[in-house]
Design a protein around this ligand. Structure first.
Ligand code: SF4
Length: 244
C-alpha cells in the first residue's frame, strides 16, 4: 500500500472514532489563540483550568495588551513557563491591537507574524476558530505520521507539506486534530496500544500485524523498524533473565 493510500485510509478510520475537536475551551478566535499559546509544554486540562479566570479579567486583545504581567502570571501559573507565557500573550495581544484592529487575522501568513505563534499554533487557530483548512503538526502528529509510514521526516514543515499533498484540504484540520487525540489515547509515545487501534491492520508499525507474522512494509517495500516493539521485548527478556 502506498503512503497516500495509507493516509486516506487513516483519515477515514479516525473519522469513525473521534470528533474533529480541540480539547481547549474557547469562545472565539482570540481565546483560541491565547489558549493554544498557553498549551505549550502542558496539558489542555491545565489550560482549561486557568482560562475562565484569565478571560473574565481580560476579555479581548485590547484588555490583555495593557495587562500587568505579574497579574497575568498569577493566573496562568499552573500552566508552567508562566513568566514567558504571560509576556508572550500580552505581546501577541498588543500586536493584534497595533496591526489587526484587535482581531485575530484568519490568514496563516499574518498569524505567524504574531509573537509566540508558529505554524503549529497558526494552523490550529485557523482550523478550529475559522474553519480554514490547516494541518497542525505537534509532537503527537510527528510520532503518528512516522509510525503510519506517511513520512520519514521529523521536520514539522516537511511533514505538513507531505501530508497535505496526500489528502484533500477539507480533511487537513480534522486529520490533525484526530491524530492528536489518537496519540493521547491509543498510539502512546512509549508503548502504543496497537491491539486497540483502528489502524492496526495497515499501520506499518503495528505490533498486531507483526505478531500475526505479516512482515510490515513501508510504502517503498522496505522493512519497518519496530523500535517500540523490540524495546518492550528486550525489556521483558531482561526482566525474565533477572528473575532466573
Ligand atoms: S497500529 Fe500501533 S503504532 Fe500504528 S497507529 Fe495504531 S497504535 Fe500507533
Amino acid at each position: 500500500m502506498r503512503a497516500k493510500e495509507r493516509a486516506q485510509l487513516a483519515v477515514e478510520r479516525l473519522k469513525a472514532v473521534y470528533p474533529a475537536i480541540s480539547e481547549l475551551d474557547h469562545a472565539n478566535p482570540f481565546q483560541m489563540l491565547v489558549a493554544t499559546i498557553l498549551s505549550a509544554q502542558t496539558t489542555d486540562r491545565s489550560v482549561n483550568a486557568v482560562t475562565p479566570r484569565l478571560f473574565a479579567s481580560y476579555p479581548d486583545a485590547a484588555a490583555l495588551a495593557h495587562a500587568d504581567p505579574l497579574a497575568v502570571e498569577a493566573i496562568i501559573k499552573p500552566t508552567g513557563f508562566f513568566h514567558t507565557k504571560a509576556r508572550t500573550i500580552i505581546a501577541a495581544s498588543a500586536a493584534l491591537v497595533e496591526r489587526f484592529h484587535g482581531e485575530v487575522p484568519p490568514r496563516l501568513d499574518d498569524l505567524v507574524t504574531l509573537p509566540g505563534v508558529g505554524r503549529k499554533t497558526a494552523n490550529v487557530v485557523l482550523g478550529v476558530a475559522f474553519g480554514v483548512p490547516g494541518f497542525a503538526v505537534d509532537t503527537h502528529v510527528i510520532r503518528l505520521t512516522r509510525r503510519l509510514g506517511l513520512t520519514t521526516s521529523s521536520d514539522p514543515v516537511k511533514i505538513e507539506a507531505g501530508v497535505t499533498r496526500m489528502i484533500p484540504p477539507a480533511d487537513w484540520t480534522g486529520f490533525s486534530l484526530r491524530l492528536i487525540l489518537h496519540g493521547r489515547r491509543v498510539c502512546l509515545a512509549r508503548v502504543p496500544k496497537c491491539p486497540q487501534c483502528v489502524m492496526n491492520d495497515f499501520c506499518p508499525s503495528s505490533t498486531v500485524r507483526a505478531a500475526r507474522g505479516r512482515r510490515p512494509l513501508t510504502a517503498t517495500g522496505t522493512r519497518v523498524r519496530l523500535s517500540h516493539a523490540r524495546g518492550s521485548t528486550a525489556k521483558r527478556s531482561g526482566r525474565s533473565r533477572a528473575r532466573r
